[in-house]
Design a protein around this ligand. Structure first.
Ligand code: ZN
Length: 904
């Protein structure tokens, strides 16, 4: 019996599946598709009786009370099965927002409770593992709750909030009551910990990570309210919102000066839009409008103007943390600022702006997000679908991908997917699902080790990965940010498989075995439809879609045509329809129960050139999967010797018996385009997070000499001149013929390593090195340039050296004044007397006998205000300020003091 069988298509009514049949089905599918080694790895997982979602003909959004009454009545009849039924029936969001969006979603995900991803399919397996081994096991809710307040180094609420959003969706998906119990526990503990002012943080108030952390606490609380309708959770969320409204805003504290980086604090926008939509309280909308305005305030990151009227490059958005003093202090020693253009924080703000677009209808907010997406997709996206180095966006086409480069933070990958998904839901354009698919299959899955759901923080496309659990009690390991971002995002995969169009009809976005049930609008009224997808994609490109409307009806079924597929056809009732890559193939017809759509696509096994960062290297792709080379037995040490032949069609054949026992996934290939790779095989990059073959992988493989065209000629006459503002003008001469562009490298002479800092187009033979103001005064830098194409890098030009001019120590600020704003915060203003400062340092003295202590928080050049938060009521504070730059610090300003207001 096939594991997936369809009832006869002539069945007039929708077939009811019995629970017993479901159990049989679950057992059958596990037995049929998952081998003994995997079962041995996850004994507990496979003992769990996981049932597919129940058939719910009338679909979704029953009011909670009705359900409870129904359950009670049912309980009288069938006492024994009532609890079981409860788990299945209450699986819908209990609360919808009370404020409608001005711009409605063009597409909405289908409800979780009606969905089932086959646990033996490629995506379904990883979703289930992420749920059982990750959300329920590796992430220890108790440990994070225990650490609350005791381990202020970690903003614990961030991790719990993200995990709550993953758990709530997996509850809807699975109906597992243990998941709900976990959520209840977090909310109960948070309500106990929240103080009278509404504060529920672990770090210093309004300094450090405080606002950022509350962002996730708010997300978790509002999400829980939407799931359960528990008014106490909403009330706890309101208290946080009220505290922020009373502390930050016009005439109050400046969000950009609230301790953490401006983009980090301002990303509270997203949950505040939800708080407004679920409460209808206009003060939360006013707060959101203040946050949006703060992006362009004198202290703000200029997020909107840079991405609409400015350069439209995300790497030009400078966060306030980017003090020049910090610029030489990053851990790579390459002179680049670590915390300029932070990816995770910026993507979070863009998601908040999209929510504001939907609330207000202001098109410029959509434009900001679309332009950012476009810039990342075109100029700074790794082949495997993520972005950023050292957590930050880099210059155009600079995509170093060695593990030691620190590429693709897990949080950036997850939020890039999140942004893509929201853009799709808002616009309905399939191109956003293309970037989502690429990131999901490749970087997202590659960053989580499926054996235990430990997380890699930065993930190299070449080299070894390091996986960590993060023990919050012992503070062992780092980056629980990535652990929780990635777990949440994998849990949301079902939102991207199918879609419901606002204008009616259903869409298939990702191809994976499973089913969904949803009620859609048709010309003849609401209609329950079940779709069943049978496929072994991405192993093959053959998909059978079974359409099962409750009764025959006319509606649109849209299939996303994968942008990389050369051939895509869908056959319905003997008629073939060809798809256009990157578009929807719309099948609009009268559907009746059991209609089958047979989809055939080629996986287009192909080579991708390495661009400016890997000229003379290629990667292999198959369908949505980037492949990476790993060494098995006998292949140790061979990865570096492997070569790719660019003049050969890269036909793949299965490398039988390559994968060791315990391996999760079954794909391993040899290729006609590979040479010198004995003992090695290509596997999906998304599977490369497993041990069992060599820990190293190699995605960018060197070209076999003579197989890929000739390298361009070397450029010459490179000149470098120091400009004002610590920038360097570069120009060179070279033949454009045969060149894809120019690669500029810089070395700080005392560090000695060359870094790829810029790439220009073939026609551009001059540029300014101003990226992140890398050039520190009084330092000597050496430049060189080379042409590149897919065949490789030319010889280098001459080297040109420049020493940047020294700057003077700044003059002292004057006229320092301090004003009391509230019992807990004060505002400082001063006059900036220098043109050369990088920022200001403030000191504070609490009470007359106290010592001067540095004020926490950050400043930037030309700032003349600062808000100090988290003070005591009725206490006298004295302040002084001085300017600094790389040459030194100015004298102190005058001292100014005042008392905070008494508490009411
Ligand atoms: Zn992270």
């Amino acid at each position: 019996m096939p594991a997936w069988s369809f009832p006869a298509s002539t069945t007039p009514a929708r077939p009811a599946r019995s629970r017993a049949a479901d159990r049989t089905w679950a057992r059958m599918s596990i037995t049929a598709w998952i081998g003994p080694p995997v079962r041995a790895l996850f004994p507990r997982y496979f003992q769990t009786k996981r049932l597919p979602p129940r058939h719910e003909p009338n679909g979704h959004k029953h009011p909670m009370k009705t359900k409870i009454v129904n359950l009670l009545m049912l309980g009288l009849l069938v006492t024994f099965h009532a609890a079981d039924a409860a788990a299945d029936n209450v699986r819908a969001w209990a609360k919808a927002p009370v404020v409608p969006n001005k711009v409605k979603d063009a597409c909405e995900p289908v409800r979780y409770a009606g969905q089932r991803l086959d646990p033996a399919s490629y995506l379904g397996r990883r979703v289930d593992i992420n749920f059982r081994a990750g959300l329920l096991k590796t992430f220890d809710v108790g440990a994070y709750l225990d650490s609350y307040g005791k381990n202020p180094k970690w903003p614990t609420g961030e991790y719990l909030g993200k995990i709550m959003q993953g758990l709530s969706r997996m509850y809807l998906y699975s109906g597992d009551r243990a998941v709900l119990a976990r959520l209840e526990r977090i909310v109960a503990e948070w309500r106990r910990l929240q103080d009278d002012t509404g504060w529920l943080g672990t770090t210093a108030r309004f300094k450090s990570w405080d606002i950022w952390e509350h962002k996730y606490v708010l997300l978790g609380l509002v999400d829980y309210y939407a799931l359960t309708g528990d008014e106490k959770a909403l009330s706890a969320a309101r208290k946080i919102g009220d505290l922020y409204c009373a502390t930050i805003g016009p005439g109050l504290g400046d969000i950009n000066q609230s301790g953490h980086w401006a983009l980090g604090s301002a990303s509270i926008l997203e949950p505040m839009t939800y708080l407004y939509r679920y409460t209808g309280d206009p003060k939360y909308l006013r707060f959101c409008e203040y946050i949006v305005g703060s992006f362009e305030s004198p202290t703000g990151p200029k997020l909107i103007s840079t991405l609409t009227t400015g350069s439209k490059r995300v790497c030009d958005i400078e966060d306030t943390f980017a003090m020049r003093a910090a610029r030489e202090v990053n851990f790579k020693g390459n002179g680049q600022v670590r915390n300029r253009s932070k990816g995770y924080e910026m993507l979070s703000c863009l998601i908040g702006l999209l929510r504001m677009y939907q609330l207000t209808g202001k098109p410029e907010y959509l434009e900001v997000a679309v332009n950012a997406w476009q810039d990342i997709a075109n100029k700074r996206l790794y082949l495997a679908g993520s972005s950023g180095v050292d957590e930050c966006f880099k210059d155009d086409h600079c995509l170093p991908a060695e593990a030691s480069d620190g590429p693709a933070e897990g949080c950036v990958t997850a939020h890039w997917i999140f942004l893509s998904r929201v853009l799709f839901e808002v616009t309905g354009q399939p191109r956003y699902i293309e970037t989502l698919e690429n990131a999901l299959y490749n970087y997202l899955l590659a960053s989580q080790r499926p054996q235990d759901c430990f997380q890699s923080y930065n993930t190299g496309m070449n080299g070894a990965k390091t996986f960590q659990k993060h023990d919050v009690r012992g503070a062992v390991g780092k980056a629980p940010c990535c652990l929780t971002s990635v777990m949440r995002e994998i849990a949301r995969t079902p939102e991207a498989v199918w879609t419901r169009f606002a204008g009616g009809g259903l869409g298939v976005l990702l191809y994976t075995a499973g089913s969904m049930e949803e009620t859609i609008q048709t010309r003849s009224g609401p209609l329950a439809v079940r779709l069943e997808m049978a496929t072994d994609f991405p192993q093959s490109g053959n998909v059978t879609l079974r359409v099962r409307p409750q009764k025959p009806a006319h509606f649109r079924l849209a299939l996303r045509v994968l942008a990389w597929a050369k051939h895509f056809t869908a056959e319905v009732a003997g008629q073939k329809h060809a798809g256009t890559p990157g578009q929807f193939l719309n099948l609009e017809r009268e559907w009746k129960d059991g209609d089958a759509v047979t989809i055939t696509m080629d996986l287009n096994e192909r080579l991708a050139p390495g661009g400016a960062s890997y000229p003379g290297h290629f990667a292999l792709l198959r369908g949505p999967q980037v492949l990476t080379l790993v060494a098995g037995k006998g292949g140790e040490g061979k990865l570096a010797a492997a070569r790719v032949k660019a003049n050969v069609l890269p036909q793949l054949s299965t490398a039988a018996n390559f994968l060791p026992s315990g391996w999760i996934g079954g794909q391993a290939y040899a290729s006609t385009a590979l040479a010198g790779a004995d003992g090695c095989a290509l596997i999906p990059f998304g599977d490369s997070s497993q041990a069992g073959v060599s820990k190293e992988c190699r995605t960018w493989i060197r070209l076999e000499p003579g197989s890929g065209g000739s390298v361009p000629e070397a450029p010459s006459e490179l000149k470098a001149t120091a400009l004002a503002g610590n920038r360097v003008q570069l120009s060179w001469k070279g033949a454009r013929r045969n060149a894809d562009g120019w690669r500029i490298e810089r070395k700080r002479t005392d560090v000695g390593l060359w870094f790829h800092v810029k790439t220009t187009a073939p026609e551009v033979t001059s540029c300014v090195d101003d990226y992140v103001n890398v050039v520190t005064p009084g330092k000597t830098y050496t430049y060189r340039v080379a042409a590149f194409n897919a065949g490789g890098l030319s010889d280098y030009s001459n080297e040109a050296t420049v020493t940047t001019p020294d700057v003077a120590v700044p003059t002292a600020p004057t006229n320092l004044k301090v004003t009391a704003i509230s019992p807990t915060h004060l505002k400082l203003t001063w006059t900036d007397t220098s043109d050369t400062e990088d920022g200001f340092k403030l000191e504070c003295k609490a009470g007359p006998a106290a010592e001067w202590k540095p004020v926490q928080g950050r400043t930037a050049a030309n700032w003349t205000t600062f808000t100090d938060y988290g003070l005591e009521a009725g206490q006298t504070y004295a302040y002084r300020v001085r300017a600094f730059n790389t040459a030194g610090e100015s004298e102190w300003s005058n001292e100014a003091s005042i008392s905070t207001l008494q508490s009411k």
